[in-house]
Design a protein around this ligand. Sequence first.
Ligand code: HEM
Length: 545
Amino acid sequence: MGRTCLLVVSATATLGVYGLYKIAGIVYREWSSPLRVLPGTKNPSFIYGDLKELWEEEDKGTSGILVEKYGTTFRYKSLFGISRLYTTDTKALNHILMNSYDYEKLPESRVALTNILGAGLLVVEGDKHKQQRRIMNPAFGPAQIRELTDIFVRKSIQLRDLWAEECTKQGGQGRIEILSWLSWTTLDVIGLAGFNYEFNALMRDSKANELSEAFNIIFQAGTSVNVMLILRAFIPALSWILPEAGDAEAKKASLTMSRIGEELLSNSKAAVSQNESLEKDTWKTRDLLSLLVRANVATDLTESQQMLDEDVLAQIPTFIVAGHETTSNATTWALFALSSQNPDAQTKLRNELLTVSTDNPTMDELNALPYLDAVVRETLRLHAPVSMTSRIAMKDDVLPLAVPFTDSKGVIHHEIRIRKGEPLLIPILALNRDKSIWGEDAHEFRPERWESTPDAASSIPGVWGHMLTFLGGPHSCIGYRFALVEMKALLFTLIRSFEFELAVPASDIGKKAGIVHRPILLSNPEGGSQMPLLVKAYQPPLEEP
Ligand code: HEM
């Protein structure tokens, strides 16, 4: 007993000393932080610092207010008063994004996602990222997306017909919760276009599909990553102390995902090798996975440059995670904006879309519609589904600034020193809504602004559209062309067929910040993510006799 007591006391003492050592390290790092020269916020809370205000900005969709208050580059307080950098300076962000191997994604989120998804493109860094990106880039090129367009259109038409039935059932005008429907549609699309798999998510009566069920268990009904998995990635010891009740179920789901993934991969391989012997015209395998399998065996790659089967497999859940809720939320926000923020734009868009004589447009026909393009751009600027992301500096570095700042001694600084290990925010939405770039009406939904893009926007280091919505640099969204054409196909089909109105007062629509920004009803936040619209078939006006 005496011995056990001694052991407990010495273990507690060791832990105590270790704790003090760690705290002293944090205090010293803060005291010696090069960020101390930056103008700083007032630190409203010792525990939360400015985090509550930052999250509130995200939730209320008022991104950019802190920038208006403190300028382009400032120091905010994170938990327990630790200083962090906040910058919308385009030169600094360009430096971070273009040198993406010196500014990696946070290890905590990478570990959590790797545990769930495997080492797919969303989580790998360094040489492995370069290798995967090189092999996968061609599968996301314009020619490939052109081939996939009829899947986008087919699924949009299926959704249109289902909404028409709903309207009829409800006596003409239907109250439809569009977010769920769009989410089922984009899941079906990514299944077919991503790996030739039919989720049948839009067929609500059919038995839940095995893969989507497994996926829902792991991702809690597709809304957010399992918090416990993230916590255990942060603190691996938790797996020992707190075996989670749903663990067995999650493991089973994970095994189901792996088994189906392996089947899909072997089907893809078989189809690719069969097609290799056919004429190019009869080439049938156009889904992303098959293109990836094909690129992975390309003759200019040595065996060591090729991706391992397990890495190819990891791309299946990666496509689902990255490409499904992002696009459904973006399309939901587009319909919200056209219903309540600018209903005239809805009419103008419909008039343009009705000039097309087919219900089955090609990618080129969709891309030739200027107002549709402007509506998609304006939606992705004002309602970027991923509102911010983060990085961590892998080495000491210096960030150049386009807009210098003045410290408390009146010294002007044209750059900021960054220490290895410094976490950094990339405020996507704040930059997309920055009044100094977009003008005083930056918070308004005005597709016409795309008739002449402001000069200042050209300095934004985004891969597409003078905005950060798909980020920029080597880690930018590989699926942006896919998302754009899918959104266009959906809007084309739905706006031609229906008239949309918000089913609740606009002031009741809020945003729930998360990895993806989702709409909620402020009057009923417990009701979860939703966007109820009143939908009725569009009736063209009668022609004058
Ligand atoms: C409107 C729809 C979409 C938006 C707003 C969006 C946004 C983004 C953003 C902001 C990132 C960078 C995240 C970071 O590095 O922190 C990203 C990465 C990525 N996205 Fe998308 N995305 C969309 C649709 C898609 C689609 C349809 C796919 C696939 C079919 C896809 C696949 C990916 C992948 C694989 C990455 C990781 C790329 C890398 O790190 O190299 N995304 N996306």
